[in-house]
Design a protein. Structure first.
Length: 223
């Protein structure tokens, strides 16, 4: 019957290749109360390794940076995350680094499903009502946008670079790997960090720090 063959075709259909959704063609289309029935993104974990490490523990920071304006699927992000995590864990141990995925797959992809069963040509509507159904999610990335970051010890920088080099193969387009001049995930250079730390001007803030500004009541500054 028609319904049985329809269900069979829907269940057998595989994913479209990522090349179909590589470019940022349409407007951003996030999940909302209007856009329902969106499948869950494959990537669920965005922080790996020793997440609760203090700022002093990991002074080095390495980034993977996109060189193209494109869309990266949640499946590709998950594959790259697993690849990088496996490699760096082997050399530094699972507590020797903190890796963070810096992009999130908010954008919903659509597919206008066609039937491919026998006799489907009489049932298909062609381009009538061609607005597709949600089929997956992607992250829209820009040129020079950071995709992944690792903070670790200075000695482990070569391992972090190699982990990202391997993870790059999971993505379309081009990416570059950069060793940051900043201290860990902070916004301070290594010289600034050591200077302010010696002056005791930092407040701990999870994986980051806050700089105590010379503002506010004098009593607070201990004057």
């Amino acid at each position: 019957s028609f319904s049985a063959s329809y269900i069979l075709n829907q269940t057998k259909m595989g994913r479209r290749p990522a090349r179909c959704y590589r470019y940022c063609k349409n407007k951003p289309y996030p999940k909302s109360r209007y856009c329902r029935g969106v499948p869950d993104p494959k990537i669920r974990i965005y922080d790996l390794g020793k997440k609760k490490a203090t700022v002093d523990e990991f002074p080095a920071c390495i980034h993977m940076v996109s060189l193209e304006k494109e869309q990266l699927s949640s499946e590709a992000l998950e594959a790259a995350r697993i690849c990088a995590n496996k490699y760096i864990s082997k050399f530094t141990g699972k507590d020797g680094f903190h890796m963070r995925v810096r992009v999130h797959p908010w954008h919903v992809l659509r597919i206008n499903k066609m039937l491919s069963c026998a006799g489907a040509d009489r049932l298909q509507t062609g381009m009538r009502g061609a607005f597709g159904k949600p089929t997956g999610t992607v992250a829209r990335v820009d040129i020079n946008q950071i995709l992944f970051s690792i903070r670790t010890k200075e000695a482990a920088i070569p391992h972090a670079i190699e982990a990202f080099r391997r993870a790059k193969y999971k993505f379309p387009g081009r990416q570059k790997i950069q060793v940051s001049l900043k201290w860990g995930f902070t916004k301070f250079s290594k010289e600034e960090y050591l200077k302010y730390k010696a002056e005791d001007r930092f407040l701990p803030d999870g994986a980051n720090i806050k700089l105590i500004k010379p503002k506010g009541p004098l009593a607070k500054l201990g004057a």
